[in-house]
Design a protein around this ligand. Structure first.
Ligand code: AOF
Ligand code: ZN
Length: 374
């Protein structure tokens, strides 16, 4: 194999093993590492969880003495700082590796570029940029939070073929099939937080939690250990203080943020935190909410709510992906729309996305749309 083809081959393998951490590494990124000597893989490792050793450390341990003069493939630039764990650069240098091939620079300002410089200074050959889009695509939330301080935002909706989400009287259970609703559980599981409004939570008596998954193929992929499901942070936009300590959702264990314009003096259970976020027109400041989530190391957010809040996020131009489950039904013009938006006077002004994927899920279709790059 030619050198570049070899690099791509091993890096693809490293990306594959990095994905094993998909549901557990946040707030840290998914990282995979493969150590190769004389065309034989002598060590592999992936990052499992914040606070646990990084991918390189597991791989170096497996390689042992053989790591001397080896080539190390890593999906992310090795760290050079003391976080919860010591710098991987030190471990690579100590092991005496000859070459380090990296997919992407680490966007973490404490590392970015400095890891590479350190390795080069020690005489290690460094190659950067092998299928870098792949390393980024498995860490969209981490990269976005490190670059602009806010999480990656997915907006999920369920609608009829005519783009309606509920009857005029509010009834919406169920427009889409149970297979689609199971599919949503996977998106919840991959998210660090879920945002909804008190209106939606009260109307649907929603819990906003991750439930056990029953579909066999999804179970195999994601849920070997269903008992240890990590529940995402639940965030409820409650501008009129409509949530009470007695709602079903509040009683369900797991942390909840109530985003409000003023405090309420009720006795709330310990899992509930009230956060006051006002903008200058006395409405909830959604941008400040996203910045707060970034500061709290939330990488990925799933918004599941009605037309008004979905429209508000869309107007702010912060939605990265829209996921729509569309059922082959018509609810008609009296029913509720997907988004409340402005009365646009020109087509150039309307929000525009691109289709990234279309898939049939049971009786429905799932559309994934991605924000257009400017
Ligand atoms: C690596 N290899 O496998 C990962 C890296 O608190 P710590 O010590 O776990 O450091 C977390 C930071 O390290 C994280 O923000 C990111 O910049 C980097 N992650 N680096 O060399 C890995 N997971
Ligand atoms: Zn590291």
């Amino acid at each position: 194999m030619k050198n570049n083809a070899k690099d791509i081959f091993y890096m693809k393998e490293a990306i594959k093993i990095a994905k094993k951490g998909e549901l557990t590494t946040s707030p840290n990124p998914n990282v995979g590492c493969i150590i190769v000597k004389n065309d034989i893989i002598i060590g592999t490792g992936w990052h499992k969880k914040s606070g646990k050793p990084h991918a390189e450390i597991y791989a170096l341990k497996k390689a042992g003495e053989k790591a001397k003069q080896s080539t190390v493939y890593i999906t992310l630039e090795p760290c050079c700082h003391f976080g919860k764990t010591p710098p991987c650069c030190i471990a690579l240098i100590k092991a005496g590796v000859a070459k380090v091939v990296i997919s992407s620079l680490d966007p973490n300002p404490m590392v970015s570029g400095k890891g590479i410089q350190w390795l080069k200074k020690e005489g290690i050959i460094v190659k950067v940029g092998i299928i870098s889009y792949a390393a980024e695509s498995i860490n969209k939330g981490f990269f976005q939070r490190m670059r602009i301080g806010i999480p990656w935002i997915q907006l999920k909706l369920a609608s009829s073929i005519d783009g309606r989400t509920a009857l005029k009287n509010g009834i919406s259970k169920w427009i889409t099939s149970s297979k689609s609703r199971q599919d949503v559980q996977i998106y919840r599981k991959k998210s660090d937080a879920i945002i909804s409004s008190s209106h939606s939570v009260i109307m649907d008596n929603a819990l906003l939690t991750v439930r056990k998954i029953h579909r066999i193929e999804d179970k195999k992929k994601y849920l070997k250990n269903q008992e240890t499901i990590k529940q995402p942070l639940r965030i409820i936009i409650d501008s009129k203080n409509r949530m009470t300590p007695f709602h079903r959702c509040i009683k369900e264990p797991g942390k909840i943020l109530l985003i409000r314009l003023k405090y309420d003096r009720n006795r709330w259970p310990k899992n509930v935190e009230q956060v006051i976020l006002k903008n200058n027109t006395f409405r909830i400041n959604l941008i400040d909410l996203l910045k707060l989530l970034g500061k709290r190391q939330i990488n990925k957010v799933l918004i599941e709510t009605g037309a008004s809040l979905s429209g508000a996020f869309l107007k702010l131009n912060v939605v990265n992906e829209i996921i729509i489950y569309m059922a082959p039904k018509m609810l008609g013009n009296y029913s509720k729309p997907l988004f409340m938006l402005e009365n646009y006077k020109k087509l150039q002004l309307v929000p525009q996305f691109s289709f990234k994927n279309v898939k049939k899920i049971g009786k429905d279709i799932r559309l994934i749309l991605i924000k257009n790059k400017k």
